[in-house]
Write a protein that binds this ligand. Structure first.
Ligand code: ZN
Ligand code: ZN
Length: 128
């Protein structure tokens, strides 16, 4: 197997293990077991895998972007305090992609990011 292919596989496996993680978290995870893999390599491969549709890419409004092991369209929750991203167990409203638009504009999808405080942060706040 080519070196490039091996590195791409390492990055893909890391995303599938972490499920929702930032590029930096993915790099930290990989470098722990593959110390010779560079940050540039991880970032480049994340871009390639996302463009290729093998991993999801969540463009966050605040903070770093997230990569996702789930590639089918779904919604997310993001904690305002720790920044963690979770999936929303709710139907994806595909019909929203058919809203009337400028005739020259083709809708390819939509993103919904709910914000709030996750259960862990909520518990910490109460001081248990
Ligand atoms: Zn949190
Ligand atoms: Zn997700």
């Amino acid at each position: 197997m080519q070196r490039q292919t091996i590195q791409r596989q390492i990055v893909l496996t890391a995303v599938q293990t972490l499920c929702h993680a930032t590029a930096d978290e993915i790099y930290q995870y990989i470098v722990a077991s593959h110390p010779r893999v560079s940050k540039a390599t991880v970032y480049r491969n994340l871009g390639v895998l996302a463009d290729d549709g093998q991993i999801g890419h969540i463009k966050a409004t605040t903070g770093a972007d997230y990569y996702d092991c789930t590639t089918t369209p779904h919604y997310h929750l993001q904690c305002d305090r720790c920044g963690k991203v979770f999936d929303v167990p709710f139907l994806y409203l595909g019909e929203l992609n058919h809203i009337p638009t400028d005739p020259g504009f083709v809708i390819t999808g939509h993103t919904v990011l709910f914000r709030g405080i996750c259960a862990t942060c909520n518990t910490e706040k109460k001081g248990t």
